[in-house]
Write a new protein. Structure first.
Length: 239
């Protein structure tokens, strides 16, 4: 069996505060971890977690990944935006046009996210977190499709998207040009290896697909690797 997407990790200056924000926005239950770590558990057990872990990376550029939250109606979109702003989000300008229907916000730690207008057919049926939208190449989309065993649901003009066979949140990559990487990513994937799978063999498989080992292999509870675009991700070690 292939690796499973266990969590999206946020490296945050104040993990507990950021977890409270996203818990309130999403309605996901928090659970305390070791130290300052907090995990939000999805309402569907088959979905991925959100983990908030300590990190001191300064925010100097846009993140390479952000959430697209869906809306069921114009009023629903306004309500989501108002709730997020009331919890500490801010409106930001990342070059969106006045005629664009989505609203761009930053969470209290400066991480960008979008509230998408109602009627977006690409995100229909995905749930509240419609997509994790990433800045990345076609190659990295192919890599993650193979790594997770998630089929491609979009592959056009070097833009790619994958989705679990069980449905839910899509992961998308916008194609070139990809902005140069500036330090460690604040958002990163954390993979879990099924209990009946050889962990070392799975790491070798990921490397054969195009992952590489950085100078330091230490991750939060696992092995740190880089995908073909240089994005950090962790493969959890068996407990």
């Amino acid at each position: 069996m292939t690796s499973q997407l266990f969590a999206i990790c946020f490296r945050a200056t104040r993990p507990s505060g950021l977890a409270r924000f996203w818990s309130a926005v999403l309605g996901w239950e928090p659970t305390a971890g070791p130290g300052d770590e907090v995990t939000l558990l999805p309402p569907d057990a088959s979905g991925f977690r959100l983990r908030f872990i300590p990190g001191q990376e300064p925010k100097t550029v846009q993140n390479r990944a952000h959430f697209d939250l869906t809306s069921t109606s114009p009023d629903d979109q306004k309500q989501t935006v108002a709730q997020a702003v009331g919890l500490g989000a801010t409106h930001i300008d990342v070059g969106q046009r006045p005629e664009d229907g989505h609203v761009v916000l930053a969470d209290p730690d400066g991480n960008e996210f979008c509230v998408i207008e109602a009627g977006n057919t690409f995100l229909a049926g995905t749930g509240f977190i419609g997509a994790l939208a990433c800045d990345g190449t076609q190659e990295v989309g192919y890599f993650w499709s193979e790594a997770l065993g998630w089929p491609l649901v979009w592959d056009q003009d070097q833009e790619t998207a994958i989705q679990s066979p069980d449905g839910g949140t899509k992961i998308t990559w916008g194609g070139p040009p990809v902005a140069p990487k500036a330090g460690p990513n604040r958002l990163r994937f954390e993979l879990a290896v099924p209990a009946d799978t050889d962990w070392a063999a799975e790491v070798d498989r990921l490397i054969s697909l195009g992952a590489t080992r950085p100078d330091t292999g230490a991750g939060e509870g696992g092995l740190l690797l880089l995908d073909p675009d240089g994005n950090e991700f962790t493969v959890r070690k068996p407990r």
